[in-house]
Write a protein that binds this ligand. Sequence first.
Ligand code: PAF
Length: 283
Amino acid sequence: MSEPVVVETVEAMRAWSRMAMKAGRSVGFVPTMGALHAGHTSLMERARKENDAVVVSIYVNPTQFGIGEDFAKYPRSLDADRKLCGEAGVECIFAPKNLYETGACSFIEVGGLQEHLCGISRPGHFRGVATVVAKLFNIVEADRAYFGMKDAQQLVIIQTMVRDLNMSVTIVPCEIVREPDGLAMSSRNRYLSVTERKLALVVPRALDCFRAAIKNGERDAMKIVGEMANILAERDEVEIDYCAIVDAHTLEDVTKIKGDVLAAVAVKIGKTRLIDNARFEGL
Ligand code: PAF
């Protein structure tokens, strides 16, 4: 597999994309903040299958981190990321150095969707995400963009932004990739100590409880949330940010399991914040 080209300016990225377009090649885009893992690899591989060329952006976006969050210590591993991208058949890495060079006074807010779940404890986070993703879409001009379903709220916000602003990119949601013991892959997992890594398994256990309850015919969302929260609360070291069952499209809390719902969990273990979810597509 050949080494991907690393492009560091907005202008060079545009030129690369325009060349691909001119040659009639479709482009698949995987936006990331780097510290790539098997979850990202699955997005790149899917993009590789469905497009002529794949672009991965690696940019730790300052505008989506709040005060006191982990922007400064967010893992940065460009050499390892480049290797992984090469192995996955990525042709171009966009690692911009001048994305916010001119300052910025334009932002994207996606209505009520950003007021739920992570938006409550991370005010401003989704404005930062939506804005940077819109900027990246405008620069890369890809045909398709690939997002993991672990960040379920991010995904629905981006899908809504693309629909509302008539962007031409097609959003491709991709399944959550898990470790063999069920923990969802995340760049932040590398913050966890050995003890914390074991504690983190309460999260997939809580989601298993949701799946089992649904399978057994339980439709009382509050009852299931209570059972999930009991699992998360088994250990004092696990701080629950939220544990909720919401409508998968509006992200509003539901009382009954009906239609497409999402069991969504966010916890803090030590200094590490983890999120995960399970989906039920009903009638
Ligand atoms: O999911 C992420 O890694 C980031 O939120 C994204 C979409 C790359 C925007 O910075």
